[in-house]
Ligand binder design. Structure first.
Ligand code: GLY
Ligand code: MN
Ligand code: MN
Length: 446
């Protein structure tokens, strides 16, 4: 698969960011955009820091994810400036001098201590929109996150530039390498921890570099939506495997889930195949003008159709959705916006002037309520799980007869199923970013 090179796309990306910043500052009545990369956080009473996660607003401008105490400064009409901390430090590796496709577009000022940035930041501080966490405060430059500015930038961040999409495609290919290594480890009977290690090795990223903690669940653990325990002991028998894991390409995330059965002839494999086929179609429904809320509600009906086909529910799919039984089996949202953050900002934004589009009633975990438009990238991640707590709640609410408990008992040892891809909304429809990466990987291994 030929991946697009982000380098020639960067100039246009930067032009888009500048235009957005111009408008955001105008709305905020401010003169300068100032974005700290962030500071290390230290453990209590210790000199050990937590892993550094860069301010997403900073990595929007530059493919730099490992540089604390640095700043991007932009004033409309001028070249942006990077204030770059390159400390005199013999304890750690000093960050390399800036290099790469973006350098020629910035004025770069190297500082040796964090405090040296103050003299270089635009004055007065009161005329700056300073975007970041309070912890980044330097002198009078405390992040003020003006609401008008934040609302505008967050809303438009949903529309990815071609540069961003190129990086997100890279993040797919990287993660798929890991997914394939993980599947092989599962089929060899590895423990969750060893599967995780195989994943990290294949991706070339460790846990702190990945966009989120790997979810790697064998058997019943697949029913825990955010299972991150990484069991050290392989079970006596690995029946099923759910892996939800991504990768980061210059700070852009992928977020991919696959589910596998050990026995290709099992009913559980057939159910995976049914969810997989439904998931592909749900992704194909992405397109301009499509209301994501509706995709989510449609997914409930489709998934209940699968449970009906497999005899897990005794009532019609429509009845299971209407009564809330469907939420016992599909208890999370269909997906979310993704980009600089796995759960990208502004999933509920009504406009670039603020406002919120509420979730449909009865769907408290949906993270995306916007109408889709070209450039948006969303995950499509339907799931079906056998979760005791939720099934008992459904029974206690008087819906016990809607569920065939023998069928639940049959599927429970497999935990659950989730299939998750990233889908780009184009001018005409959907572009699934994930599937081609898997197809390409398997064609190379034949
Ligand atoms: N990996 C977290 C999610 O799928 O949203
Ligand atoms: Mn997701
Ligand atoms: Mn996921």
């Amino acid at each position: 698969m030929m991946l697009p090179d982000p380098a020639p796309l960067y100039a246009d990306h930067l032009a888009t960011l500048k235009a957005r910043a111009d408008e955001a500052l105008a709305r905020g009545g401010l003169d300068h955009l100032v974005i700290p990369s962030g500071r290390l956080h230290y453990q209590h009473a210790d000199d050990l820091g937590y892993p550094f996660y860069v301010n997403p607003q900073f990595k929007a401008w530059l493919p730099l994810t490992r540089v604390p105490d640095s700043w991007v400064v932009y004033t409309p009409g001028r070249r942006p400036t990077l204030i770059f901390l390159q400390p005199r430090d013999y304890w750690h590796v000093i960050p390399d001098a800036p290099s790469g496709w973006w350098v020629e577009h910035f004025d770069i000022q190297v500082i040796r201590t964090p405090d040296e940035a103050v003299a270089l930041l635009p004055k007065p501080a009161a005329r700056c929109a300073i975007l970041g966490e309070a912890h980044s405060t330097l002198g009078e430059y405390a992040p003020n996150n003006p609401q008008d500015v934040v609302d505008y930038l967050a809303y438009h961040r949903a529309f990815k530039t071609p540069y961003e999409i190129a990086l997100m495609r890279q993040a797919q290919v990287m993660a798929v390498r890991g997914h394939r290594a993980a599947e092989a480890a599962f089929r060899n009977g590895a423990s969750e921890f060893d599967i995780h290690m195989a994943y990290c090795t294949a991706v070339g990223q460790d846990a702190a570099e990945l966009p989120y903690g790997n979810i790697i669940g064998l058997n019943e653990h697949a029913a825990v939506l955010h299972y991150t325990e990484l069991g050290r002991q392989a079970p006596a028998q690995s029946r099923s495997f759910l892996i939800d894991a991504g990768a980061s390409a210059a700070g852009y995330a992928s977020d991919i889930t696959r589910t596998y059965a050990a026995d290709a002839g099992s009913e559980f494999q057939a159910m995976i195949d049914a969810v997989d086929a439904a998931q592909i179609q749900m992704g194909q429904a992405v397109g301009p003008g499509v209301d994501y809320k509706q995709l989510h509600v449609d997914a409930h009906l489709r998934l209940m159709g699968i449970l009906k086909d497999f005899g897990v529910i005794t009532v019609s799919p429509e009845a299971a959705v209407a009564s809330g039984v469907s939420a016992a089996f599909f208890p999370h949202g269909l997906g979310h916006s993704i980009g600089l953050q796995v759960h990208d900002v502004a999933g509920f934004a009504a406009s670039d002037r603020g406002g919120r589009i509420e979730r449909p009633e009865g769907h408290p975990y949906l993270r995306m309520t916007r109408v889709l438009a070209p450039g948006m990238v969303v995950t499509i991640e339907p799931g079906l799980y056998f979760i005791d707590m939720l099934l008992e709640d459904a029974k206690a609410a008087g819906h016990g007869a809607a569920i065939d408990w023998d069928r639940v008992a049959h599927f429970k040892p497999f935990g659950g199923i989730r299939i998750e891809d990233e889908v780009l909304c184009t001018e005409t429809g959907a572009d699934n970013l994930t599937r081609p990466a898997f197809a390409d990987a398997s064609s190379h291994s034949r």
